[in-house]
Design a protein around this ligand. Structure first.
Ligand code: ZN
Length: 185
């Protein structure tokens, strides 16, 4: 399954999931429109289980609820506000489910579970908890251009923009350059 239709550039699984709602600042772009999109994302994220059941409409609703809860919890790490109880409950409800587990297949491994879609949510929720409440908490950023949430993995830790193909950093720099050029006229 191609990863081309989705971006996996946030530096963490849970934030890649959050970023399936793109451009939150202006006109949000929903990448999980149908349950089939959720299947494709889970495949692309390699949260894949052979012969698994397809995602249902209820799974899609759960996915969006979990995604928004992780997004808001990530923002609390940036602006230092308290987490909403409802978001904490949503994330905890999934994290305690049985996650995907690795199983050896020849010289490779595959991730398996009895309820693969729900297990994938558990894996994503656990990733969110470890990121947002863990050592990388202070490295969580939102891109000032598109509001993408990402982890700054650079050594100095001074990254401002996302690394999306949409070129947020370049756009902002061009704008700043023009503003400087105009003001010096
Ligand atoms: Zn951006």
């Amino acid at each position: 399954m191609s990863r081309a239709n989705f971006e996996f550039i946030s530096g963490s699984l849970c934030l890649d999931f959050v970023d399936t709602l793109g451009n939150r600042r202006a006109e949000p772009v929903e990448h999980l429109v149908t349950s089939g999109d959720l299947d494709r994302w889970l495949d692309a994220a390699r949260l894949v289980c052979p012969f698994r059941k397809r995602a249902t409409a209820a799974n899609l609703a759960d996915a969006r609820e979990l995604r928004d809860a992780i997004y808001r919890l990530a923002l609390t790490a940036i602006d230092g506000t308290a987490a909403a109880i409802g978001d904490v409950k949503t994330i905890n409800r999934w994290s305690v489910q049985m996650p995907l587990r690795p199983v050896i297949k020849g010289v490779h491994f595959e991730l398996e579970a009895s309820y693969p879609v729900k297990a994938a949510f558990s894996t994503i929720a656990a990733d969110a908890i470890e990121l947002i409440l863990g050592e990388r908490r202070s490295r969580i950023r939102t891109c000032p251009e598109c509001r993408m949430v990402f982890v700054d993995t650079s050594r100095p830790g001074k990254r401002r923009w996302c690394s999306s193909a949409s070129g947020c950093g370049n756009r902002a720099k061009v704008r700043e350059h023009r503003a400087r050029a105009n003001s010096s006229l």
